[in-house]
Design a protein around this ligand. Structure first.
Ligand SMILES: [Fe+2]
Length: 262
């Protein structure tokens, strides 16, 4: 087994931190497939994602828990759309092998987390009464553009892809989810509010990896060099879409950027 650095030159794709190019390396097996490196690559972007200013906001002890949970309405569209991605986009209608079954097992679990979000909107006092037209205007407002674009980006990336590629996108979604729910579980620990989406319940259902498979299944996938290149492009583009989503949430909730919901 030898370790290769593959196509590490600049790609024109931008890191969310402004650096061009992406990390791309793996181990080539006897058949010429690239076996490892994806989990490390995703871990690199997860570490970068954790530096987003929204995490500083969420971890700021000077703010009350209510203030820190003000972001919840701004993720409404994405949370509900994410359930649909897991119900209608990710699964294979007739799974034909272990990888396709792993995708379906994972999707089935993540499709059912949205009721916890509705609970937390209620529990955190953010279930304000408004007309249907007011709710629709908010959900499709300019304040939530990046959240909607994230959904559409994930659908476009996943549509008609192989189980291997879907598992890699799942791993990116798990990395951003784990970063978020780990933070939320830590700041809501000890509260007497009955939080589910932002509490330990949700984190306990998020392994940080694709379910229905062993950890870091992405490192065991047999990928051609073309697939490996495509995987890296998908990883950086998905992380960038999540960064833009978090930029938007931060602009909506942070005091210096606070906007009116309407
Ligand atoms: Fe979840």
């Amino acid at each position: 087994m030898k370790t290769n650095h593959l196509n590490a030159e600049k790609t024109g794709l931008a890191h969310a931190d402004g650096k061009p190019g992406y990390i791309l390396w793996g181990t080539v097996n006897a058949k010429g497939y690239i076996m490892t490196g994806i989990s490390k690559e995703i871990e690199y972007y997860k570490t970068n994602f954790l530096n987003h200013p929204l995490f500083n906001y969420l971890n700021d002890d000077a703010l009350s828990l209510d203030e820190r949970l003000r972001f919840l309405p701004y993720i409404s569209h994405f949370v509900m759309s994410f359930a649909d991605i897991n119900k209608y986009i990710l699964p294979f209608a007739t799974p034909a092998n272990a990888l396709e079954r792993a995708v379906n097992t994972h999707a089935r679990e993540d499709a059912e987390h949205w009721p916890w979000f509705l609970n937390d909107l209620q529990t955190s006092g953010q279930n304000s009464a408004a007309s249907l037209t007011e709710h629709l205007s908010f959900l499709w407002s300019d304040n939530l553009i990046n959240s909607r674009k994230l959904t559409y980006h994930l659908i476009q990336t996943l549509h008609n892809q192989s189980a291997k590629m879907r598992l890699i996108v799942i791993e990116v979604m798990e990395a951003t989810g784990n970063a978020t729910f780990d933070t939320l579980a830590s700041i809501t620990k000890g509260t007497d509010k009955q939080l589910e989406y932002c509490g330990h319940l949700h984190l306990s259902h998020e392994t940080g990896h694709s379910m229905g498979s062993e950890d870091e299944i992405v490192d065991t996938l047999n990928l051609t060099e073309e697939e490996r290149n495509k995987a890296s492009q998908m990883i950086v583009e998905c992380f960038n879409a999540f960064h833009r989503f978090f930029d938007e949430i931060f602009e909506n909730v942070s005091p210096e950027h606070s906007r009116s919901i309407k």
